[in-house]
Design a protein around this ligand. Sequence first.
Ligand code: 5AD
Ligand code: FES
Length: 353
Amino acid sequence: MSTISKELDKLKNKYSARIKSKIVSILNRNEIDSESLYRLAARICHRHLGDEVHLRGIIEFSNYCGQNCFYCGIRADNHTVKRYKIPLEQVYKLSLQAREYGYRTVVLQSGEPAPYSPDSICRLITRIKQTTDLAITLSCGVYPAAVYRQFADAGCDRYLLRFESSDQKLFNSLHPDITLEERLQALLDIRAAGLQTGSGFLIGLPGSSPSTLADDILLTSALSLDMIGCGPFLRAPQTPLSGRPSLLLNKSTYYNTLAILRILNPLAHIPATTAFDAIDPHGRDLVLQRGGNVFMPNLTPKSYRKDYQLYPGKPCVDEKASQCAGCVRRRLARLNRPIAENPGGSFRLRHIL
Ligand code: 5AD
Ligand code: FES
């Protein structure tokens, strides 16, 4: 057994079987019975992180992808997708726009790996850091450990890489190009490079069960992450899962998952991920009321948005960046949540950094 495999087992077994069965029973609660859970998650969020919501502008800078994850609408073998690659000069200008909208972080996300050389990504990072006070989050897949160190040296602050599912068998059946061990090793490399680390999983993958979901929650919590990003699985056309029923979940299960994650991870930044708006028109607002503290308005130019459809029903496809900027302010005002004025670095590391 490899070291990382042993590590995975250790992480999964960090919590007792009793905790796992309790989580399964909470996951199965309906929305009405979950009210006290949501209140607790909101209270914990308020106590540890305050009421502020951090805005992270997301730029989907390319939809080229070398991977064939069975669930993903932009998988390499989906030849119906029109591929694009935003020139890095334009990504720089979009970052300046992010700052004008009042965002303190830009998230640069692409298919895996990004179709630019690590050197050119580093030059972009350094330029953004030298000319703005933005924090930078990268989310563009698995690289050798040395590349994560290069990103960190260039000034990158954070890195997001979901492990997608903690169930090795399920993971293997959905990811022909990579193993769970390799993905977890990448997370360890990201942390070792000194980057604030974010990860998470897909909720409701076909072939998963409430027990799998409880394991996903426990693995996420055992990883002591700075950021936790999870969202509902949505069946995408032109993918091998397009005809497979998702794990038939009550909508409350999605929210319960995030609320439990908040309770187990009081110091993590937890975004109301975009896919929540695809299951509920106010899905992201509900997450913010049930433990979430981050919102990621879309900064991708409108002409590219329709080509970054990881799943159907993605919100904001017909909006411009300026419309999302206005929308998020109205949403937060309605929720009575102030917008954070700081870049929102790791709370977990706040006292030692
Ligand atoms: N439904 C929901 N989320 C998806 N992602 C990819 N495909 C889908 C889908 N069909 C998520 C993955 C990936 C993130 C960028 O998008 O979890 O890590
Ligand atoms: Fe994009 Fe509301 S956040 S339109």
